[in-house]
Unconditional design. Structure first.
Length: 277
C-alpha cells in the first residue's frame, strides 16, 4: 500500500512519513503543559509543518506510565479547538491520539484524517465510532493500562504475543465493518514492556509485516532510550531516538511518530536518498 486515504487528503507511503507529536495535556512525560494554550499549540503545529511533518498527532490524554485517565468531556475540550484550528490553517493530516468514542466522532467531523488509538479500539463504543468514519485507524499494542502497564510486564514471546493481539483487534475491526485497507499497526514500544521486550521488538521488527498493513513506530524520547543511555534525561535522548527511527524504517516502518520533527525528517531524508541508489 503506497497511498492511504485520510479524509480529504491522501498520504503517500512510498517513502517514510514523519508524524509530529502535539500533546495538549498538562502531564505528558516529555512536554506536559507546554502546549495547553491554543496559541502555543498552533505555533508548534506550524513549526512541525515547516520542519517536515506529514501528520500531526493531537492528544488530550496522557498515556505515560502511571497516567490516570481523563473524562471524555475534558479530553474533548482540550483537543477539539486545536483540531479545528489546525484544519483551518495548515495543509497537514491531523491524527487523533485518542481512545474516546465521542472524540473519534467529533474529530472526524472537524477534519481529522487518522485515528491513532493506543487501546486499539477496545473502549466501549470505540469500534462503532471508528467504523462510522471513513478514516484509517492505527491499532497499538499495550499490555494493561497506562496507570499499571509498567508494574510487571511479562511475555513468553513478546513478538508473537504482540502480533497475536494486533491480529485479534484487526479481526474485530473487520467484523465491525472496517476494511482491512484502513488499518495500520503499532507494536507499542514502552507500553507494558521492559527494555528487553522493546529491544526484541525493534530487532525483529520485520516480522510485523505479516500483519499486512503499514507500520507506525513511536520511540521518541521514551524511557527505553534513557535506559540504554545509562539514565539519560528526556531532553538528552534525541540522538538515540533518531537511531531507533532509522533502524525501524530500515526494517519497514512507514510512519515515525516523534517530538523531534526536523531532526527525524533530516535523518529519514538521508535514508531515502541512499535507498534509491
Amino acid at each position: 500500500m503506497t497511498q492511504l486515504h485520510c479524509g480529504g487528503r491522501d498520504l503517500d507511503l512510498s517513502r517514510p512519513v514523519v508524524m509530529g507529536v502535539l500533546n495538549v495535556t498538562p502531564d505528558s512525560f516529555s512536554d506536559g503543559g507546554r502546549y495547553v494554550a491554543i496559541d502555543a499549540a498552533l505555533r508548534l503545529a506550524e513549526k512541525m509543518c515547516q520542519d517536515g511533518a506529514g501528520i500531526i498527532d493531537v492528544g488530550g490524554e496522557s498515556t505515560r506510565p502511571g497516567a490516570a485517565p481523563v473524562s471524555s468531556n475534558e479530553e474533548l475540550d482540550r483537543v477539539m479547538p486545536v483540531v479545528e484550528a489546525i484544519h483551518q490553517r495548515f495543509d497537514v493530516i491531523i491524527s487523533l491520539d485518542t481512545s474516546t468514542p465521542a472524540l473519534i466522532t467529533a474529530g472526524a467531523s472537524a477534519g481529522a484524517g487518522l485515528i491513532n488509538d493506543v487501546r486499539a479500539l477496545q473502549r466501549p463504543g470505540a469500534l462503532a465510532a471508528a467504523a462510522a468514519t471513513s478514516l484509517p485507524i492505527c491499532l497499538m499494542h499495550m499490555q494493561g493500562e497506562p496507570d499499571t502497564m509498567q508494574l510487571r510486564p511479562h511475555y513468553d514471546s513478546v513478538c508473537d504475543e504482540v502480533m497475536a493481539f494486533l491480529r485479534e483487534r484487526a479481526e474485530a475491526c473487520i467484523n465491525a465493518g472496517i476494511a482491512a485497507e484502513r488499518l495500520l499497526y503499532d507494536p507499542g514500544f514502552g507500553f507494558g514492556k521492559t527494555l528487553s521486550h522493546n529491544l526484541s521488538l525493534l530487532k525483529h521488527f520485520e516480522r510485523l509485516h505479516a500483519l499486512g498493513g503499514p507500520l507506525l513506530v513511536g520511540i521518541s524520547r521514551k524511557s527505553m532510550l534513557g535506559q540504554v543511555l545509562g539514565g539519560a534525561a528526556v531532553d538528552a535522548r534525541a540522538a538515540a531516538g533518531l537511531a531507533a527511527a532509522v533502524l525501524a524504517v530500515e526494517r519497514g516502518a512507514r510512519i515515525i511518530r516523534t517530538h523531534d520533527v526536523r531532526e527525524t525528517a533530516d535523518a529519514l531524508a538521508l535514508w531515502q536518498a541512499q535507498s534509491q541508489e
